[in-house]
Design a protein. Structure first.
Length: 392
């Protein structure tokens, strides 16, 4: 556990005190993320290459003796209070399902979790594809463990937070968002093998700026076709498995097998499989490009990833396509693509420092003309994963 108050906003303890009438005991945080490449591969046990960003979610908390849980969200300006035992059943209730699920699962693990007051504050924007949900889950789990004087191995923490999203929020997510929120490294991307949870730190070229362009088109995973895509991938595995032995996920499928047996798949599962198989290859090629600082190859891989997500996985939208096209047209932009689950949210651009101004100007002037929506452009730095500090 860290012990420096510089790890949280200086006014957060005062906000907690104003709401609950006493100081917090623990403050924990976890980052949002941008995925450089490797989209919709994580729940297919494939490879992903995310970075943790400097947008974070903080939870300030203190124990209470009456067995009640009081969650306060500064983002939504809402309070939710439930009994400790009710956390098991507090599902599909919006943002409060996430901390309730974490509490319930930690109690099932035998962690001595009692009642608590929790203040949630975040700079990770909601519904933009930057993984605000994982940032909330991981910060809540990290803080609750610290408050209880307990700990979990990183991989157990990741799996617990994923289960909270599955069972309490109803989103059948993969493992990427929780892993990068737990294990993110400053100034580096994290290659994650989503089957084994093995990771490799891949240094980022400091001459590239990470620029996130918000389309202003919100999307909610639980109401999108995210879970449907997962089912279509499972269908592709079943259909391919009739012709190629030993397949348990699309991670196991090679380009050669897809070429040989793809004709036996119906059109939609074939498209989904083609995206996942080729995207896994692009991730590994992107790692090589980063090590070599080969910006040209990296940019081509980002562009191919977006095209595959648009055409084969069909999770892009007109707004994302316009945003990516604008970014790609700006000199000094290495590459761009949609990032996150899709159906709205953000695009990612990698740009030289001198190109950031021109990129911002191009997006702010041209994007509204094509879409009628107001975008935003933010340059992100790459930060660390979850952490906690005892303040009381």
């Amino acid at each position: 556990m860290d012990d420096s108050s510089s790890l949280f906003p200086h006014d957060l303890p005062d906000q907690f005190g104003a709401r609950f009438g006493r100081p917090p005991e623990v403050i924990a945080s976890a980052p949002g993320r941008v995925n450089l490449i490797g989209e919709h591969t994580d729940y297919n046990e494939g490879f992903v290459l995310p970075v943790a960003i400097d947008r974070r979610t903080w939870v300030a908390m203190a124990a209470r003796e009456d067995g009640r849980l009081h969650f306060r969200s500064e983002t939504t300006n809402e309070d939710v209070e439930i009994g400790l035992q009710d956390a098991d059943h507090h599902r599909r209730k919006g943002w409060s399902s996430y901390p309730a699920g974490i509490v319930a699962l930690l109690r099932q693990q035998g962690v001595p979790v009692g009642g608590m007051d929790v203040l949630i504050s975040s700079t990770v924007p909601l519904g933009t594809g930057l993984s605000s949900s994982a940032a909330l889950e991981v910060s809540m789990a990290t803080g609750t463990l610290a408050l209880a004087g307990s700990s979990l191995p990183s991989q157990e923490l990741v799996r617990l937070c994923q289960r909270a999203e599955w069972d309490w929020a109803g989103v059948q997510c993969g493992i990427m968002d929780q892993t990068i929120a737990v294990s993110g490294k400053s100034r580096a991307a994290l290659l994650i093998d989503c089957r084994t949870l093995d990771t490799e730190t891949v240094p980022l070229d400091p001459s590239l700026q990470l620029v996130v362009c918000d389309t202003g088109m919100p999307r909610t995973l639980a109401t999108s076709e995210y879970n449907k895509r997962r089912g279509e991938c499972d269908q592709a595995v079943r259909e391919l498995g009739r012709h190629a032995a030993g397949l348990t996920s699309l991670r196991d499928v090679t380009q050669e097998q897809l070429s040989l047996f793809g004709r036996h798949l119906s059109e939609t599962p074939l498209r989904r499989a083609r995206h996942v198989v080729t995207e896994n290859e692009r991730v590994l090629q992107a790692v090589d490009a980063l090590w070599l600082r080969d910006h040209r190859s990296l940019g081509k891989l980002l562009g191919a990833s977006h095209a595959s997500l648009r055409d084969d996985y069909q999770v892009s939208c007109a707004e994302l396509d316009v945003m990516v096209a604008i970014c790609q047209s700006v000199p000094g932009v290495c590459g761009a693509r949609m990032t996150g689950a899709g159906f709205g949210g953000c695009a990612l651009a990698l740009a030289t420092p001198g190109a950031v101004g021109a990129l911002t100007e191009a997006v702010m002037s041209r994007y509204p003309q094509h879409t009628g929506r107001t975008p935003s452009v933010v340059t992100c730095t790459v930060g660390d994963g979850t952490r906690a500090v005892r303040v009381g």
